[in-house]
Design a protein around this ligand. Sequence first.
Ligand SMILES: Nc1nc2c(ncn2[C@@H]2O[C@H](COP(=O)(O)OP(=O)(O)OP(=O)(O)O)[C@@H](O)[C@H]2O)c(=O)[nH]1
Ligand SMILES: [Mg+2]
Length: 294
Amino acid sequence: MDITSKTPLRSIADGWRKLSSRVCNALSDKAANMGADLIIVTGATGVGKSAFIKSVTGSNVYVSSTLQSGTRTTALVPTIINGKKYIFLDMPGFSAADMDDREIFYLLMTAMATIQPYVKFRGLIYVDKFDDDRSTKSQKMVLTWLQHFCGNDYMPNVTIVSTKWDRKDDAGIEEKLDRYSQWCESDLIRPLLLNGAESFHHGLIQDGDRKRGLDIGRNAEGRAREARAMIHERYHDASELRLKIYTEIADGQSIDATSAGRWLRSATKGSSNATAPDQGKSRQYLNESLHSNG
Ligand SMILES: Nc1nc2c(ncn2[C@@H]2O[C@H](COP(=O)(O)OP(=O)(O)OP(=O)(O)O)[C@@H](O)[C@H]2O)c(=O)[nH]1
Ligand SMILES: [Mg+2]
């Protein structure tokens, strides 16, 4: 049962407090971040989402070194690139062994509801290390969810960021580039590219006539410079494109009734912890907050 549409409204102030307390919020001065462009960074667990945000923003985002989820809540990380304000939204990776995908989706929506009055949802970055020859369950899951979340019209604002190009010899890089080309032809990535998404290889540069990986430790500065230049190039201009889920929520739909919400619910049906005890309540607060600000 979708309790979000049936329970009477409660105090919005209460809801905001509850929601905000769940967001690890690096924005100490809200006014200073007014008018920033928000970029959501998503992908499966352990692919390098937080490391990418750390590189772009220079902030000390938590990067994990274990098989457990590194990022356990959402984080809003501000930066300025060529005079323009951006906020990066870091989130736990989907398909982690120790977190539930629907709870992760609600965490994301909570962070979006919290920040929505201050920002424009300017872009989305899909991070993947593209180290597998075949698509994994988690890649299928995230990329299908992403299409429901963004909608095809939003794809020009989507960037596919590949990671982990360093610590490979020339042959290793060639192999990974070949693999990436095959990925671009796959049913999961092709629809994004056909609709205007673009690729960026984080930490891979052209060095004379060969490609070279920039080491995540020793070449951190070079990686940051390239990544920040990409953000400027892709996101400096204004955009009128809207996330599909933004329009759905603004039109009054509950989170569960959105295309992404419905798809995720059907995809996770039967998973053991799909209904966390507090989820119904937080979902209700969340719907109120989104609609009161939409
Ligand atoms: N060598 C190398 N290691 C990387 C790169 N990107 C990320 N890593 C490492 O991969 C591990 C996971 O990176 P995170 O940034 O925590 O991954 P995440 O996607 O945020 O993971 P979750 O928060 O669990 O979803 C860390 O040990 C990083 O240092 C890269 O480009 N090169
Ligand atoms: Mg992380």
